[in-house]
Design a protein around this ligand. Structure first.
Ligand code: 5GP
Length: 118
């Protein structure tokens, strides 16, 4: 069951602050608070989907198409030419926030730069 108290629900509702890199009627994109790459963006549908399986089951074909096309345009708009997209489904796969989202990761993982907040 979807838990309305998750951190992304609160960010979407404006109850927790986050810099919005992109927003439209159905999606927001924010920077990950603990980046694991030089560029680490989270693309989050506003509707209450728990994970990838829930999203693909309940969202319309148009919604799904819009979501993935938007991921590509957000990556491009943020200067990412080469990148990984990841969506963890389930605790054992690394999901820690149970509101569906996709990570865009670009640039090598460089802990030294991350520690310097670059
Ligand atoms: P997951 O582990 O579910 O695949 O991804 C959740 C991501 O959300 C993690 O990478 C984590 O760093 C990020 N995150 C957790 N809380 C916050 C927050 O309050 N603000 C932002 N911007 N990111 C968050």
């Amino acid at each position: 069951m979807y838990d309305k108290n998750n951190v992304f629900a609160k960010i979407i509702a404006g109850e927790i602050a986050a810099e919005r890199l992109y927003e439209d009627d159905s999606i927001i994109a924010i920077k990950d608070i603990k980046p694991e790459a030089i560029l680490h963006i989270l693309v989050i549908p506003k509707k209450n989907y728990i994970d990838f399986a829930d999203f693909t089951k309940k969202a319309t074909t148009e919604e799904i198409a819009h979501y993935f096309k938007t991921i590509a345009s957000i990556a491009k708009a943020n200067g990412a030419d080469e990148y990984r997209i990841v969506s963890n489904k389930g605790t054992s796969s690394g999901q820690s926030v149970f509101h569906f989202h996709t990570h865009i990761l670009s640039g090598s993982i460089n802990q030294e730069l991350i520690n310097k907040n670059l």
